[in-house]
Ligand binder design. Structure first.
Ligand SMILES: Cc1ncc(C[n+]2csc(CCOP(=O)(O)OP(=O)(O)O)c2C)c(N)n1
Ligand SMILES: [Mg+2]
Length: 359
């Protein structure tokens, strides 16, 4: 017998949970300003997250999916992407969306069920949030295929969860991305849970990263609580894709510190000990510890940042609350470039207008 295939999956980490470097930092991370910028985003994400939950709990927002604990995956992904790249994401990637120019107010609108929240003014070519698990993996293939066909140096980034990697759409996406060598990066946030299904019940695959091997391209694992590791892996994957080197799958290991959504109660299916252990690994503490250690950050800056993030989020929440509710025509306005005539009639009816063509 001969061995016909062999592979290995690498895991990378730069800062350990206490914020100590475990290996020399990549070039971008040698500049404290870069790391402070990432830290600022992460604090803003967490502030937004807490406000969204507070709004939901007081009946002022719909069901919300928290990104608590995955701020490093968000900041590492968002900071590495170029403006012209295209993001295709789930409901738990509001942080990357923010970094790409979706406003806080638009995000609140989205979670209020207002279609205008998906019609964001900033990254017009980014896709709307895919609630349908893994469906956007196939859309991402289409986007990346178009980029390749047009010979544009752009990359599609498909962000999804550990649970999504069990879906047929995901495997189809992987397969097409590999065989067509597409400029596509899959960022899998492995937060250990898919609602109440734990990672061990999700897949017998030793890592989720190795699913890329069957697609014929590189898969790797990073510490998803270490923003430097995420950013570093994203930089390399995006550069490779832009240069014609094809897709990459990055599995970012982190933990969902929140309930699945505000409609869930995770205490019913996971232990407080597991949650407490995960809090010890969370991403903000470790980056802050490193910045404090190298003298690039202090308590005065920290307090000022918390204050300004809070003010920014409060102002956006107020602007959202002050937004007049959508009219009934809105349900027709975001599905088609040109509304089919049958729906035009219904739209007019919704607005209380008589259709002139009717007798
Ligand atoms: C096709 C499809 N099936 C089922 C659901 C219901 N659902 C919503 S979230 C979720 C779990 C997703 O888990 P994961 O991919 O790990 O993402 P996470 O929520 O942990 O970020 C499921 C099954 C859905 N939205 N779409
Ligand atoms: Mg998950």
């Amino acid at each position: 017998m001969t061995v016909v295939a062999r592979f290995e999956i690498r895991h990378s980490q730069f800062l350990d949970p206490s914020g100590k470097p475990v290996q020399p930092l990549p070039d971008f991370a040698k500049d404290p300003k870069e790391l402070i910028a990432l830290y600022r985003w992460m604090v803003l994400m967490r502030t937004y997250d807490a406000k969204a939950i507070a709004l939901q709990r007081t009946g002022q927002l719909g069901t919300f999916a928290s990104l608590l604990g995955k701020e490093a995956v968000e900041a590492g992904t968002g900071s590495a992407m170029a403006k012209d790249d295209v993001l295709l994401m789930t409901y738990r990637e509001n942080g990357v969306q923010l970094m790409r120019g979706v406003s806080l107010q638009e995000l609140f609108l989205y979670w209020a069920g207002d279609e205008r929240g998906s019609d964001f003014a900033g990254p017009r070519r980014d896709f709307p949030i895919s609630i349908t698990i893994a469906a956007h993996a196939t859309h991402a293939v289409g986007v990346a295929y178009a980029m390749k066909l047009k010979r544009e140096p752009r990359v599609a980034v498909c962000a999804l969860g550990d649970g999504a990697t069990s879906k047929g759409d995901f495997y189809e996406g992987l397969n097409a991305a590999g065989v067509w060598k597409l400029p596509l990066v899959f960022v899998v946030t492995n937060n250990q849970w898919a609602i109440s299904v734990p990672r061990r019940g999700q897949s017998a695959s030793q890592t989720l990263a190795q699913k890329a091997i069957a697609g014929g391209f590189e898969g790797l694992q990073v510490d998803g609580n270490d923003v430097i590791a995420v950013r570093h892996a994203m930089d390399a994957a995006l550069a490779k894709a832009r240069g014609g080197g094809g897709p990459t799958l990055i599995e970012a290991l982190t933990y969902r510190l929140s309930d699945h959504t505000t409609a869930d109660d995770a205490t019913r299916y996971r232990s407080p000990d597991e949650l407490a252990a995960a809090w010890k690994l969370e991403p903000l503490t470790r980056l802050r510890a490193y910045l404090l250690e190298i003298g690039a950050w202090d308590k005065v800056q920290e307090d000022a940042l918390l204050k300004s993030s809070n003010e920014q989020v409060q102002a956006a929440a107020q602007a959202y609350l002050d937004t007049p509710p959508p009219g009934p025509e809105q349900m027709f306005d975001h599905l088609y470039a040109t509304l089919p005539s049958a729906l035009e009639k219904q739209r007019a009816a919704a607005l209380g207008k008589r259709d002139e063509r009717e007798p």
